[in-house]
Design a protein around this ligand. Structure first.
Ligand code: BGC
Length: 743
C-alpha cells in the first residue's frame, strides 16, 4: 500500500512553488489512472463531525476528497494515511475549516479588523492564523468573507469587512496573502476561499439566506469587485453563496461561475458550494431532486459539493446517460487535483510538525492584541474623560455583562478559540492597573440578555464612590453570525436600563460596546461621556481595551460601516446615489409637524418624517486622544487621461498633545455621468502616525482606472468629465479639490 505514496514521491517536484506546467502535467498523470468513481469522489466534501469509523470507511472507498472540521492531527493523519495507502486512487485528503478571524488565537471579527484600516497588520495576523491552523492539519480555510454588508440586522455583517467595496477588496486580499503565504506548497500555507459568491450580504430585510435582488450594474460595481481583487491576488478557491439573486441561486448560476468567473476573469482555482447549497436548489424551487441539482450545478461550474452528496450519488448516472459530459467532470476534478498538488499534499500529506508551537505564542498574541487595539473606534470623548490617567482617576468602577465574557468577546467564528486563553477587560484591568488605581467590579447583569435589575442599587452606590464608571455592554457571541439576524438593534436585556441607572449618578460614564454589528446606540451616546466601540475583539480584546482606556494606546479605529440612528434607516451607507430629491440635513421630528399640513413639511426631499436622514455616525468616523488637522490639499494635475494616475497630497498635522494615528481617506465623486453615481466613493486610504505637533505631507496616487464603472452600455469604463476629490478623516468632511478626466 505504501507503494502509491512512493510513486508520487519519486515524481516529487522541488517542494516550494511548483510551476503551473508541472502541476498540470502531474494532474494529468494522476487523472490517467483514475476511474469515474475516483473522480466523482474528488468532488465530494463532507463534515468530519460524524462517526469516525464511518468517515474512515468513506475515505477507504475513495468517496471523500476533503473533510471539514477535524482539527486533531492524530485523527487527520490517520485518515490521511488511509486515503493514501488504502483508497483506490491513493489521493491525499484536504482538511478544511472556517478559519475566519484567527484560529486558536481569535482575532477581532472581520468587521472589527476592517475598523483598523490596516491591511499590513491584517496580513500579518492572517499569516499567524495560518501558522496555528496548519499545525492542526488545516490547509484550506473558508475565508476571507467579503460580502458587502449594508444592513446590520444581518448577523453575518460581523464576518464582513463592512459596507465599502474598495475597502473589502483591499482587506480581503490582505487575508489571502496572509493565508497563502509566498507559496501554497509551503506547509504553513492554507488555500484561501473568497466567499460568498455573490451578493449574499444583500439579503432582503437582513434575514440570513434570504433572496437578493441586486440589479446587474450594482452587482458589477458594488458586489463583484472584491472577488475580482481576490482572483487577481491568486486566491485558490471561491465559495458560492446561498442566496438566489433575481431568480438564480448562485450555486447553479452558470453565468456567474463559468462565463464571468472563469471565462472573463480567468479564475483557475476551485469553486466549492456553500454547505448543502447544491441540494439547496431543491428548496429554492429550481431543481426537482438531487440529481437535477447535481446536473445544474456541475454544469454551472461548481466543482465541489459541500456536504449534500448530490454529486456523489448522481454524477455517475448523469454521465453514463450522456446528460453530463465526461469533460465537465474531468475539468472539475482537474481543478481539485491542481489545488492538492499545489499545496504539496502529495509530498507532505500529514499535519506539519514544528519544534516550537505557534499556537498562543507570545508573538501571535501580541499581533492579535495590536489588531484588537487598532479595531477599537472611539465615538465620543466629552471633556476628555478618556484616557483614565492614574493622576486624575483614583477609583474606577467596572460594570456590565461584557466585562468578563471570555467566550462572547471572541465573536462569531471562534470554533478553535479556547476561552480560558481569553483576556477579558476586567482581567486585564486588574492585572495591569490594580496597583495604580482602585478597581471595583460589579457585573450587574450576568449576560447581555439578562433582565434583572436586582443589582442596580448596589451598582449606583458604588458608582457614587467612583471617579469614573466603565460599563461593558453589547452582544453575546451567538447574537451575530450565520443564521443570527435581528430585527431590533437595541441593546438587549436590561443593559439600556443599567446605563440609564448609571447616568443618574453624576460620575462620568464610559461605555464600551462589544458587539458583532453596529447597534442602535443613539440614547447611550447621549447619556455617556465617552464611547468605545470594540466589536467582538477576540482573545486579546480585554488587554487591548485596557491599553486604550488607561492611555497606553490612543484609539485609531474608523467605522467600516455606517451607524444608523434607528433600524428604520437601514439600509444606510455613505456611498448612496445622487437622487432627484436629495435629503437635506433636516431633523425628522413628528412633534413639529402641524396637524393639518397638506404640503410636504420636508420640502419634498428624500427624508423621513420622524428621524434625520443622516446617520448617527458616518462611515470612516473615529476619534483619537489627540487631534488632527488637514490643510493645503494639492493636486498635481487638474486634467488626467484614463491611463494616468491622480496625484494629490495634503498636509496632516497632529494638533494635540500626544502621538496618534489618523486614517486619511480619499474619496472621489461626480455629479453627471451616463448613469447615476454614488455621492462619493472611497478610492484610497493611509494610516499615518504622527507625534504631538508633527506635520507631514500625505501623498496619494490613484490610478484613474480605479474610477471606472459600468456605464450606460454596461461596459466597464472611465468616463470623461469633472470629478470632485475629497480628502478627509471620515466620509462626510474633508478638503475638496477638482479634476477632469479627458481623453
Ligand atoms: C457557511 C459558510 C461556511 C460553511 C462551512 C456555511 O453554512 O455559510 O460560510 O464556510 O458553512 O462551515
Amino acid at each position: 500500500m505504501m507503494k502509491k505514496l512512493i510513486a508520487f514521491v519519486v515524481m516529487a517536484l522541488p517542494l516550494f512553488a511548483f510551476a503551473q506546467k508541472d502541476i498540470d502535467q502531474r494532474v494529468e498523470e494522476i487523472m490517467a489512472k483514475m476511474t469515474i468513481e475516483d473522480k466523482i469522489g474528488q468532488l465530494n466534501q463532507m463534515d468530519g463531525r460524524r462517526d469516525l469509523e464511518q468517515i474512515k470507511k468513506e475515505v477507504r472507498e475513495g468517496t471523500l476528497s476533503s473533510i471539514m472540521n477535524i482539527v486533531d492531527p492524530a485523527v487527520t493523519n490517520e485518515l490521511q494515511r488511509i486515503a493514501i495507502e488504502e483508497s483506490p486512487a491513493g489521493i491525499p485528503l484536504l482538511f478544511a475549516r472556517d478559519v475566519v478571524h484567527g484560529f486558536n488565537t481569535v482575532l477581532p471579527i472581520p468587521l472589527g479588523q476592517a475598523a483598523s484600516w490596516d491591511e499590513e497588520l491584517i496580513e500579518k495576523a492572517s499569516r499567524n492564523t495560518a501558522l496555528e491552523a496548519t499545525e492542526r492539519g488545516i490547509r484550506w480555510a473558508f475565508a476571507p468573507m467579503m460580502d458587502i454588508a449594508r444592513d446590520a440586522r444581518w448577523g453575518r455583517i460581523a464576518e464582513s469587512f463592512g459596507e465599502d467595496t474598495y475597502m473589502a477588496g483591499r482587506l480581503a486580499t490582505a487575508v489571502v496573502r496572509g493565508y497563502q503565504g509566498n507559496s501554497l506548497s509551503d506547509q504553513t500555507s492554507m488555500a484561501a476561499c473568497a466567499k460568498h459568491f455573490v451578493g449574499y450580504g444583500d439579503a432582503e430585510g437582513g434575514r440570513d439566506y434570504n433572496t437578493t435582488s441586486i440589479p446587474p450594474r450594482t452587482l458589477r460595481d458594488v458586489y463583484l469587485p472584491p472577488f475580482k481583487a481576490c482572483v487577481d491576488e491568486g486566491c485558490a478557491s471561491i465559495m458560492t453563496s446561498f442566496n438566489d439573486n433575481d431568480g438564480l441561486p448562485s450555486t447553479g448560476n452558470r453565468w456567474l461561475l463559468t462565463e464571468l468567473l472563469r471565462e472573463q476573469w480567468g479564475f483557475e482555482g476551485v469553486v466549492v458550494s456553500d454547505w448543502g447549497s447544491v441540494a439547496g436548489l431543491i428548496p429554492h424551487g429550481v431543481a426537482y431532486d438531487k440529481r437535477d441539482a447535481a446536473h445544474q450545478c456541475i454544469e454551472a461550474g461548481c466543482d465541489v459539493d459541500m456536504s449534500s452528496r448530490s454529486y456523489l450519488l448522481n454524477l455517475k448516472e448523469l454521465i453514463e446517460s450522456g446528460e453530463v459530459d465526461m469533460a465537465v467532470l474531468d475539468e472539475a476534478v482537474r481543478r481539485v487535483l491542481r489545488l492538492k498538488v499545489a499545496l504539496g499534499l502529495f509530498e507532505q500529506p500529514y499535519a506539519r510538525t514544528t519544534e516550537k508551537s505557534d499556537i498562543y505564542s507570545e508573538s501571535v498574541l501580541a499581533t492579535a492584541c495590536r489588531l484588537a487595539e487598532e479595531s477599537v473606534v472611539m465615538l465620543k470623548n466629552e471633556g476628555e474623560v478618556l484616557p483614565l490617567l492614574p493622576e486624575k482617576v483614583k477609583r474606577v468602577l467596572v460594570v456590565g455583562p461584557m466585562a468578563d465574557a471570555p467566550y462572547d468577546q471572541m465573536g462569531t467564528w471562534a470554533l478553535d478559540g479556547d476561552k480560558t486563553h481569553t483576556v477579558t477587560p476586567i482581567a486585564a484591568i486588574r492585572e495591569d492597573w490594580a496597583k495604580k488605581v482602585e478597581i471595583d467590579y460589579i457585573p450587574c447583569l450576568t449576560h447581555p440578555r439578562d433582565r434583572s435589575t436586582a443589582e442596580f442599587a448596589r451598582m449606583q452606590e458604588a458608582a457614587r464612590k467612583a471617579d469614573v464608571v466603565v460599563a461593558f455592554v453589547g452582544e453575546e457571541q451567538m447574537m451575530s453570525g450565520e443564521a443570527h439576524s435581528l430585527s431590533s438593534l437595541d441593546l438587549q436585556g436590561a443593559q439600556g436600563d443599567m446605563l440609564e441607572a448609571l447616568a443618574e449618578v453624576e460620575t462620568p460614564l464610559v461605555t464600551v460596546f462589544m458587539a458583532g454589528r453596529p447597534l442602535t446606540i443613539a440614547r447611550q451616546v447621549e447619556i455617556s461621556d465617552a464611547i468605545l466601540y470594540a466589536w467582538h475583539p477576540g482573545t486579546m480584546g480585554g488587554k487591548a481595551l485596557a491599553n486604550i482606556l488607561f492611555g497606553e494606546v490612543s484609539p485609531s479605529g474608523k467605522l467600516p460601516a455606517t451607524f444608523p440612528r434607528n433600524v428604520g434607516q437601514i439600509p444606510i451607507y455613505y456611498n448612496h446615489k445622487h437622487t432627484s430629491h436629495r435629503a437635506k440635513g433636516t431633523e425628522g421630528n413628528l412633534d413639529s409637524i402641524p396637524r393639518e399640513a397638506y404640503q410636504s413639511v420636508m420640502g419634498h426631499t428624500s427624508s423621513y418624517l420622524d428621524v434625520a436622514p443622516s446617520p448617527l455616525f458616518p462611515f470612516g468616523y473615529g476619534l483619537s486622544y489627540t487631534t488632527f488637522e488637514l490643510s493645503d490639499i494639492k493636486i498635481e494635475k487638474t486634467a488626467v487621461t484614463p491611463d494616468e494616475s491622480i496625484k494629490v497630497s495634503v498636509l496632516l498635522t497632529n494638533t494635540g498633545r500626544r502621538e496618534g494615528t489618523e486614517v486619511v481617506q480619499l474619496y472621489t465623486g461626480r455629479k453627471t455621468a451616463s448613469v447615476t453615481q454614488p455621492m462619493k466613493e472611497l478610492k484610497e486610504f493611509q494610516r499615518v502616525t504622527l507625534g504631538a505637533g508633527e506635520c507631514r505631507r500625505v501623498e496619494f496616487e490613484v490610478p484613474v482606472s480605479r474610477l471606472a464603472f459600468h456605464n450606460r452600455d454596461m461596459v466597464l469604463a472611465v468616463e470623461e468629465g469633472k470629478y470632485t476629490l475629497t480628502i478627509g478623516t471620515d466620509s462626510q468632511t474633508g478638503l475638496k479639490t477638482y479634476f477632469k478626466i479627458t481623453k
